[in-house]
Design a protein around this ligand. Structure first.
Ligand code: G1P
Length: 284
């Protein structure tokens, strides 16, 4: 069966972007003019996914509103003859997609956030995307490749990339046995990390993971970790590392967010030339 549902955990507080994220969810921060969460949903649409489950918290209403119709705005744009903008506003949610939201009542970790989506996902295999991790690569994109792997070979996968050893304590880190993932550990210290191959925010997971998550106890950072639940499944489940093409921007960090904005702006037809010009002057 093909993957038709993606879980987007978007309940986090976004403390690294305060004060910007005091009233605005970090997933609504734009890359040029498109919020991060919309870029994630567009990548999911290119993977053939039709259903998005947002795991939200209080103060994240803006994300649900973003994917809802805005009749007032649409009729205003229509009345003013702003056809192009009207189309953009209408296509925020790709055609044929639905969005539902569930609440994560307490910030107990990524594994717990995913567990909150259980009733919406049911007994289907599913995808998870972390919108902070923006993957800018060739179409149709990282998640589409992972979904295709599942459809063709029935295997599950985690997107991975090499990171400098001094940064292993920011990631889930995998070990490999041949083509399979044989171990995963959350945020290991550099000295004890089993490798420097880090998980980035794309997962294709089996429905059984919900059972494991429902019994999970807190791990790294005293949180219920998705990584630990994956670790518990590895003996019986074929998980593959997916090394994607393209660049990953850590848009949960200020530098990564700025870099993504620059990269996208430098290929925007309106912005590229003046931005390049301005940068050349500033850097001279
Ligand atoms: C989460 C996961 C971690 C993964 C990372 C990718 O960590 O727990 O395994 O490597 O996302 O961005 P977080 O960034 O939420 O601390």
């Amino acid at each position: 069966m093909s993957i038709d549902v993606v879980v987007l955990p978007v309940a986090g507080l976004g403390t690294r972007f305060l004060p910007a994220t005091k009233a605005v969810p970090k997933e609504m921060l734009p890359i040029v003019d498109v919020p991060l969460v919309q870029l994630a949903v567009e990548e999911a649409a290119r993977a053939g996914i039709r259903e998005v489950v947002l795991v939200t918290s209080a103060s994240k209403r803006a994300i649900e509103d973003h994917f809802d119709r805005s009749w007032e705005l649409e009729s205003l744009l229509a009345a003013r003859g702003k056809q192009a903008l009207l189309e953009q506003v209408r296509s925020v949610l790709p055609a044929g997609m639905t969005v539902t939201a569930v609440r994560q009542p307490q910030a107990l970790g990524l594994g717990h956030a995913v567990l909150c989506a259980r009733a919406a996902v049911g007994d289907r295999d599913f995808a998870v995307m972390l919108p902070d991790d923006l993957i800018d690569g060739p179409a149709p994109g990282c998640l589409a490749e992972m979904v295709a792997l599942h459809a063709a070979h029935g295997v599950y996968s985690l997107a991975v990339e090499e990171v400098p050893r001094e940064l292993t304590d920011r990631y889930g880190v995998v070990s490999l046995a041949g083509e399979r993932i044989s171990g995963v550990v959350e945020k290991p210290a550099p000295a004890v990390a089993p490798s420097t191959l880090a998980i980035v925010g794309r997962y294709v997971l089996p429905a059984d993971i919900f059972d494991v998550l429902s019994r999970a106890t807190p791990g790294a950072g005293n949180e219920i970790q998705l990584t630990d639940a994956i670790a518990a499944l590895l003996a019986d489940t074929d998980f593959r590392p997916h090394r994607f093409a393209g660049v990953r921007y850590d848009c949960g960090s200020k530098l990564g967010h700025l870099q993504a904005n620059m990269a996208f702006a430098l290929r925007d037809p309106e912005l590229a030339a003046p931005l390049r010009h301005w940068l050349r002057d500033r850097l001279a």
